[in-house]
Design a protein around this ligand. Structure first.
Ligand code: SF4
Length: 457
């Protein structure tokens, strides 16, 4: 799906709102630069086309060989626990301040002790768990206690990994992590000036050793050397992220001569191109080190959709369904004449609506009337609010968590022709092109996860 003009304008406005007056200090890609960069990207992907397997609707260029943890992330069943909020590095690209000491936290929920967290993993059927920081080795015993409990309580089907900058890593810790049940350790070697000594210490002890760093344009040549070194020492995966601007790293990132791109968030153009060039370097040179370029749009689309879907499952009502992007879809039929339709529709006494599921549209489209589509979003909430529906989900006898269900946007009414077009689209009709009309844009953004890497603008 190509980003439409209207959506681009919305993103630009959101980007301006996020950075206010600082926005004017950012050098955004020009149309001419965008054309050159898009051509380079297309050419790299074309050259590699027979040797790569794009995944997640093209938001990852190659998923031929990615870590089991990354597959679990793509499935939407990964929980990342931020164990402490502090770090002993000051990477220029770090998206967060890393001096905000806190209890273990995920998705706005605090889990001071492992037991409630393990119940949370079970209730929401997570298949993967990771420990992140700040830096998890600063609170090593705490990190270990969560890992041990998770492995003991959930068993081998849970894939567990840990992120580290490696500064405090040694073979003794590697053994303790392996004994506790860690499947993978991911090193950010950007934090240690690309020194790989600590990575080496994990090899042979931790089953899967990964290097996970942002693709830093200035380090392109250095990374080419490092990739050979990493492969030779036994590193299994190289995960490259796209540099992303945040309010926390703003002052550091603008000191670099980067070109910024608008989008769901502001990102760095040269970072994506660097990641793709490194992917090509690895494949063309037969390095045997798989490069997983984890674009910002992949993370933003798939990880957010997964969280919405997880919570939506707890708030779904009869006659409703969940869209690919994780919103609750409620379809109501507004018939011109109501006699006889109750046989194929579900009557919701609370709202007086006739509800139906997409599969029933073939019957409904024969009856004169309109379709009303309403989308809701379900998310975690600390307490009930006056405007949303709220539900407590019990983790165990002593701990509940709250989920609220909120209207995602005002309802949309479709006439019969529009409704036919919409349901054909849901059934995979390729002829439907998303028109530049706000009605369709508003509707489809709640349905599908957008395709492809981001447009440069
Ligand atoms: S090691 Fe990770 S958490 Fe620490 S400063 Fe660097 S990017 Fe941030």
């Amino acid at each position: 799906m190509k980003t439409t003009t209207l959506l681009r304008e919305r993103h630009k406005l959101k980007n301006q709102e996020e950075y206010q007056v600082k926005y004017n200090y950012l050098r955004f890609v020009t149309p001419a630069e965008s054309e050159v960069a898009e051509t380079e990207r297309r050419e790299i992907l074309n050259r590699l086309s027979t040797r790569i397997q794009p995944g997640y609707k093209g938001s990852k260029p190659d998923i031929t060989d990615i870590s089991p943890g990354c597959r679990i992330c793509g499935e939407g069943t990964w929980s990342c626990l931020f164990i402490n909020g502090v770090c002993n590095s000051r990477c220029f690209y770090c998206p967060a301040p890393q001096h905000d000491v806190h209890e273990p936290e995920t998705n706005t929920l605090l889990f001071p002790e492992p037991d409630d967290y393990i119940d949370y993993l079970k209730i929401f059927k997570f298949r993967g768990m990771s420990i992140s920081g700040g830096e998890p080795l600063l609170t090593f015993e705490k990190s270990l206690s969560f890992i041990r409990r998770a492995r003991k309580e959930i068993g081998d089907e849970l894939y567990i990994w840990l992120y580290t900058n490696g500064k405090l890593f040694d073979r003794e810790k590697a053994k303790k992590l392996a004994d506790a049940g860690v499947n993978e350790v991911r090193f950010d070697i950007g934090a240690t000036d690309y020194n790989t000594d600590k990575v080496q210490q994990a090899i042979g002890i931790i089953p899967n050793v990964t290097v996970e760093i942002p693709a830093v344009p200035e380090e392109f040549e250095l990374m080419k050397q490092k990739m050979r070194e990493l492969k030779a020492m036994g590193v299994k995966y190289l995960n490259l992220h796209q540099l992303r601007l945040t309010p926390y790293n703003f002052n550091k990132l603008i000191d670099h001569d980067y070109t910024f791109i608008h989008g769901e968030k502001v990102t760095v153009l040269e970072s994506e191109l660097t990641a793709l060039r490194l992917l090509e370097f690895s494949i063309e040179g037969n390095l045997g080190l798989p490069v997983n370029y984890c674009s910002f749009v992949y993370k933003n689309r798939y990880q957010k959709s997964a969280a919405r879907r997880r919570h939506a499952l707890k708030m779904l009502k009869p006659g409703e369904s969940i869209t690919e992007s994780g919103f609750i879809r409620r379809l109501s039929f507004l018939p011109e004449v109501s006699s006889g339709i109750e046989k194929i529709l579900f009557f919701d006494e609370e709202t007086g609506d006739f509800l139906f599921i997409p599969e029933n549209f073939s019957q409904i489209c024969k009856i004169p009337g309109q379709i009303k589509i309403t989308y809701f979003v379900a998310q975690l909430a600390p307490q009930p609010s006056a405007i949303s529906e709220f539900k407590s989900v019990a983790l165990n006898e002593t701990r509940d968590i709250g989920i609220e269900r909120t209207l995602a946007q005002p309802e949309i009414i479709l006439n019969q022709t529009e409704a036919t077009q919409f349901f054909n689209y849901l059934n995979g009709d390729q002829i439907f092109h998303q028109p530049e009309e706000s009605k369709w844009i508003n509707l489809l953004r709640f349905e599908n996860i957008e395709k492809g890497l981001q447009s440069y603008y």
